[in-house]
Design a binder for this molecule. Sequence first.
Ligand SMILES: Cc1cc2nc3c(=O)[nH]c(=O)nc-3n(C[C@H](O)[C@H](O)[C@H](O)COP(=O)(O)OP(=O)(O)OC[C@H]3O[C@@H](n4cnc5c(N)ncnc54)[C@H](O)[C@@H]3O)c2cc1C
Length: 449
Amino acid sequence: MNDGHVTRDLPIVVVVGGGFGGLAAAKALKRAPARVVVIDRTNHHVFQPLLYQVATSILTPGQIGSPIRGILRNQPNTSVLMGEVIAVDLAERCVVVDCLDRDRVRVHYDYLILATGASHNYFGHKEFEKYAPGLKNLADAVAVRNKVLRAFEQAEGEEDPARHRELLTFILVGAGPTGVEMAGAIASLCRITLRSEFRRIDPASARIVLIDVGSRILGSFSEDLSAAAHKQLEELGVEVLLGQGVEHVDEEGVIVAGKRIKSKTVIWTAGVTPSPAGTWLNAETDRSGRVRIAKDLTVPGHAEIFVVGDTATLDHDGKPLPGVAQVAIQQGRYAGRLIRRRLEGKAMLKPFRYFDKGNMAVVGRGYAILQTRVFRTSGFLAWLAWAGVHLQFLAQSSLRVSVFVQWVWTYLTGQRGSVLIVNHLSGSHTEAKTEPVPLQSSEPVQSSV
Ligand SMILES: Cc1cc2nc3c(=O)[nH]c(=O)nc-3n(C[C@H](O)[C@H](O)[C@H](O)COP(=O)(O)OP(=O)(O)OC[C@H]3O[C@@H](n4cnc5c(N)ncnc54)[C@H](O)[C@@H]3O)c2cc1C
C-alpha cells in the first residue's frame, strides 16, 4: 500500500481485526519502532459481552461500540484502514484487502497479527440463519432488538388472541452465557419494562424458552453455579429445555425432540466458528478451523505471523484455551510486546501463559454468577463485581460513565435505554439486516417508546 501513511523506512506491523485481541496488540506496539496498520471490516470495536444488552434494549449501540480511530488517536505510529481482508500472500508478505472503493488492495507486512475472531456456527444448518439470527456485531444486535420489539407490536395489533401465544413466544437456542443472559434480559423486559405499556396484550404473559442439547446450562461453570443460574431463570419464568437438540427452524418456530414450538422470534446463541485465517495461511487447524499456534503465538514455520484470540487454538494445562475476551486481550498484548522486543533487539519473552481471571454471567436483574480459581459466588454481590469488571473493560471513559448511569437507571426504574424499532419502513415487512448503526449514542439515556 502506498497511501502516504505507510512508508518502507520502518518495519510494518499489520494487525487484522480491531476486536479485543487486535486492539490489545496495537496498543502494545504504541512505542515500537514500527509503522502499525490496523485493518478492520468495520470502523469500530465492539464490546461483545454486552451485545445482548443492545439486543434487549438496555443499552444503545453507541454505548458498546467505539471507533477504532478514536481509540488509537494518540498513537502516532498507527494508522487504521477500513476493509475486509480476503487473503494472505505468504510469499510476497502481503495481506489482500477489499477496501470501500478499491478491491484487492495489497498491504505489505514485516510482521502480521491476525485477530479476526469468529462468527455464528449453525452446525451445518446455514438455512436456519434466516429465521434464527445470532449475535456477533452491532448490526446483529439491532436486528434482534427490532425482531423482539416488533413481536410485541404485532401481537398488540393482532385481533385473534390465538395468535398472541406464538407472537409472544421467544426461543433462545443454546444455553451458554449469551443464551442465558438474553433469556434473563428478555424476561425482565417483558415482566418489568413493558408491563404497563400495552392495552390488548399482557407482555408479562410472554413465554421464554431456552433450549440446549447439553444436560445443564452454562456448561463452562461449576455444577453448583449452573444449578443456581438455572433456578434463577425459572424464577424469572424462563422455561429451560435440556438434553434436546433443535432439529429444525423455520418461519413457524422450531422443532425440538419431534415437537413443534410455535414462535415468531427465535434467536441463535449456540456457538461460533472461527474466521478463515487458517485457510488464508494454509496452516494446521483444529476440527473447528482454529489455527494451531506455538507457545509464542506464532504460526509454526512463520516466525513473523501471529494468530490470537478466537481464531487461534493453544493448549494450556492440557486443555485448549476458551474463546473469551481475556484470552484474546492477553494474547494480543503478548504478540505486540514480543514484536516490539524483536524490533528493539531485546531478549525474548517467556512462552505465553494465560492468567485466568475468572468467569461471570448475568441472570436477569441484579443477579450474576462468578467463578474464579479460588472462590465461587452468586447473587447481587456477584452482579456488582460483574458490573465493575465490564465497566472497566469498556474501550472509552465516556462509555463507562454513560453505561454506569444507564444501569443504575434501569435497575431503579426498569426503563431501558433504547426501546426503538429503527428499521421498520412504513408499509414494508422486510427486515433490513445491514442497517446503519449509529456509533455515537444519539439516543437519550432513558427513553421508552
Ligand atoms: C454475544 C457474545 C457475548 C460474549 N460474552 C462474553 C463474555 O461475557 N465474556 C468473555 O470473556 N467473552 C465473551 N464473548 C467472547 C469474546 O467476545 C471473544 O472471545 C472475543 O471478542 C475474541 O476477541 P478476538 O479479538 O479474537 O475477536 P473479536 O473481538 O471478534 O474481533 C474480531 C475483529 O476482526 C474483524 N474482522 C473479522 N474478519 C475480518 C476480515 N476478514 N477483515 C477485516 N476485519 C475482520 C471484526 O470486524 C472484529 O472487529 C462473547 C462473544 C459474543 C459474540
